[in-house]
Design a protein around this ligand. Structure first.
Ligand code: PCA
Length: 322
C-alpha cells in the first residue's frame, strides 16, 4: 500500500472506532429555534458533546417538530426519545405541584420565582421521579401579561374575547375574566391569530416577539401575573445506562444551563419589551380596575389551588412565605 492509502485506511479505522462508541440521543422541545430556552438547550447539548469528547451527541428537535408539545413528557417516559423540554404547568392536572408557579400573583418577580422553585424542587423531583423522569434543570419564562387587539380599560372589556391559553391555569384565568379560552401552542400562534381563532393572549414579552405579536395585536398589559417554567428531563433508564463520567458531564452541564437560562430570561424581559415597543405595540401597566380584578382572580385561583394541593400544598406555601 502507498503511504497515502495507509494513512487513509487508518483514519477510517479510527473514525469508525469513535462512531462505535458514540451514543446519539434525541431531544424534543416545543419552542422555536430563536427562543432563548431553545438557544440555552442548544448550548447545553453542545457542552455535553464537548465534555464527553463526542461520546454523547444529542440531536435537538425544536418547535414541536419531532414530538408535539403535549406529548413530549410521555415520549421521554416511554423512551421514544431520551430527553425533552416542556412547560411544567402543562402537567397541572396531574399534580398540584406542577401548577404552583402558575397561580397568578403568588410569585411575580424573578426573585420570588427562584424562591418558589427552591421550595418546590423536592416535590417536583419526586412527582416526576415516580414517572422515571429525572429532572435536569428548569428555567423561568419572563413574567406573563395580556396582549389584546384593542385597548382594555377594565375587566368587562374582556367579556367574550377569545383568549389564547397554554395551560390549565391560563385557561382558568381567561374563564374567570369572562373571556373564552382556547388552547393554542406557541408554535401555532400565527395561524391561530390569522384565522381568527383567538384575538388576545396571555404570555411573555419573549413569546410576543417570537410570534411577531405586532402583526395581529396592538396592546400589551405588562401585569407580571406569574413566571411559568420550562423543565428539561431525561428518561431515568437512559441516564442509568451511561457511565458515571458521562452522567457527571450531563449534571454539570445542566447546572450551568439552569444558571445561564435564568440570566437569559431576565435579559430577554428587558430586551424584548423594547422590541415590542419598537414594532408598535403599546405597553401599559393596565388600569387600577383591571389590576384589581386580575388580583381578585388570582385569589380565587390560589384558593382553588390550596384546596387541590392539600397538606403538601400548605407545606410548600408555608416554606415559600417564610
Ligand atoms: N411563553 C410560552 C409559555 C409561557 C411564555 O411566556 C407560551 O406562550 O406558550
Amino acid at each position: 500500500m502507498k503511504l497515502r492509502q495507509i494513512v487513509l485506511a487508518s483514519t477510517v479505522v479510527a473514525l469508525s472506532a469513535t462512531a462505535a462508541q458514540a451514543t446519539t440521543w434525541r431531544m424534543a422541545t416545543a419552542y422555536p429555534e430563536a427562543n432563548f430556552h431553545t438557544r440555552n438547550v442548544n448550548q447545553f447539548v453542545q457542552d455535553i458533546e464537548q465534555g464527553t469528547e463526542g461520546k454523547l451527541k444529542i440531536n435537538v428537535h425544536a418547535a414541536g417538530s419531532l414530538i408535539k408539545h403535549p406529548e413530549i413528557k410521555n415520549a421521554v417516559r416511554s423512551r421514544q426519545i431520551e430527553m425533552g423540554e416542556f412547560l411544567l404547568s402543562t402537567l397541572a392536572n396531574e399534580h398540584a405541584v406542577f401548577a404552583l408557579e402558575s397561580v397568578p400573583f403568588l410569585a411575580t418577580s424573578y426573585e420570588q420565582s427562584a424562591k418558589m422553585y427552591e421550595v418546590s424542587k423536592p416535590y417536583l423531583n419526586e412527582a416526576l421521579g415516580k414517572q422515571r423522569l429525572k429532572v435536569l434543570y428548569s428555567v423561568a419564562w419572563p413574567p406573563q401579561g395580556l396582549y389584546t387587539e384593542r385597548p382594555i380599560e377594565n375587566i368587562e372589556d374582556l367579556k367574550g374575547m377569545k383568549v389564547r391559553a397554554y395551560s390549565p391555569q391560563t385557561e382558568r384565568f381567561a374563564q374567570l375574566a369572562g373571556a373564552i379560552p382556547t388552547q393554542v401552542e406557541a408554535a401555532d400562534l400565527a395561524q391561530a391569530f390569522t384565522t381568527g381563532r383567538v384575538n388576545a393572549m396571555v404570555t411573555s414579552s419573549s413569546t410576543g416577539v417570537n410570534s411577531a405579536a405586532w402583526d395581529y395585536l396592538t396592546h400589551y398589559y405588562d401585569v407580571s401575573a406569574f413566571l411559568p417554567k420550562n423543565i428539561v428531563v431525561v428518561n431515568q433508564a437512559s441516564f442509568d445506562s451511561l457511565d458515571k463520567d458521562t452522567q457527571q458531564v450531563i449534571l454539570d452541564a445542566a447546572a450551568r444551563a439552569e444558571e445561564r437560562g435564568w440570566e437569559m430570561s431576565k435579559e430577554e424581559h428587558d430586551v424584548q419589551r423594547k422590541t415590542l415597543a419598537d414594532n408598535g405595540i403599546v405597553i401599559e401597566a393596565g388600569s387600577e380596575q383591571l389590576n384589581a380584578a386580575f388580583r381578585e382572580i388570582g385569589e380565587t385561583m390560589a384558593a382553588e389551588w390550596s384546596k387541590e394541593a392539600g397538606k403538601q400544598g400548605q407545606e410548600m406555601l408555608d416554606a415559600y412565605r417564610k
